[in-house]
Write a protein that binds this ligand. Sequence first.
Ligand code: GN1
Ligand code: MG
Length: 360
Amino acid sequence: MINIVSHFAVEGKVLDIRPLGNGLINDTYRITTEGENPDYVLQRINHAIFTDVDLLQKNIEAVTSHIRKKLAGDPQLERKVLRFIPLKDSGKTYWFDGKDYWRISVFIPDAYTYETVNPEYSRFAGKAFGEFEAMLSDLPEKLGETIPDFHNMELRSRQLKDAIAADRAGRMAEKEVREIAAFLEEYDYEMCKAERMYRSGELPKRICHCDTKVNNMMFDADGKVLCVIDLDTVMPSFVFSDFGDFLRTAANTVAEDDPDVEKVDFRLDIFEAFTEGYLEGTASFLTPVERENLPYGALLFPYMQAVRFFTDYINGDTYYKIRYPDHNLVRTRNQIALFKSALSKREQMEKITSGRPSLN
Ligand code: GN1
Ligand code: MG
């Protein structure tokens, strides 16, 4: 890896490179350098998933330089937006070693990521993701879709149907698997509503982050949001992407792969706090239709994630990293439990987003 790092314009002698974080797609490492020089984050980009790395890095450069302009003059600027390091001999921010694609960004010190957050942090996160979308609302460049139709529920549903029909790993023989397929099918039409609203012109696409898992946001030591990270999927999408995916991870009482589904519960206090922050951050652009449908967004993401994990299970685990054979099935059960819990709280969510006092 030292050899890979040597192609980038990094400062200081590399002392150590070790794994960082727990993303399901890319491989991430922290580079420690000697003395006062900054540390760095090295990533191997999952090229099977992000097939156009040049487009991917162009998107990220457009997004980070736009945010940099918006935050000009802020003494904390370098802590609030990622900086990618170019190669020594060209302006490119990625290196192809003949097999893998690599990139390096500056490591932000004294910044923390969390797997769970309290309502106060959720409010900060809501405001930060809302402001992130607001800052990108006048981005001059047209961003490409790094994964085409990434959050298109109609496509995800088609992929599940194709996987079931092909049954490549022979997993449709299991009774539980067939029951899960039947359950997901029941909500299929309703959950594809965003795409229909888009076609009829009721719902716009915005530039969204599209991977607002709670651990994709860094906080400083005081719990204030610093920086939105993991920018691979920033692309045009519905606001539900960012709203729903944060809640999918933050409002769940347990991790997305906790096998004990009895413990899964969708936390309304987190929903309420995040919504408050999000409505503040997006006040400059959010339409009444988008706002009214935020509870649908909170349902859509556990549902879509269940469909995606389940599709991967049926396909024989080709997409997400797994740590044991049934991992994707365990994740699916967990996300279905979360979806059911959120469904049972739909009315309360609607009261919160419409500004009426909640039931409890
Ligand atoms: C992946 O890269 P990571 O681990 O932050 C996935 C998300 C899923 C998430 C589920 C490019 O995110 O869409 O919601 O796992 N990213 C991609 O944990 O598919
Ligand atoms: Mg991540």
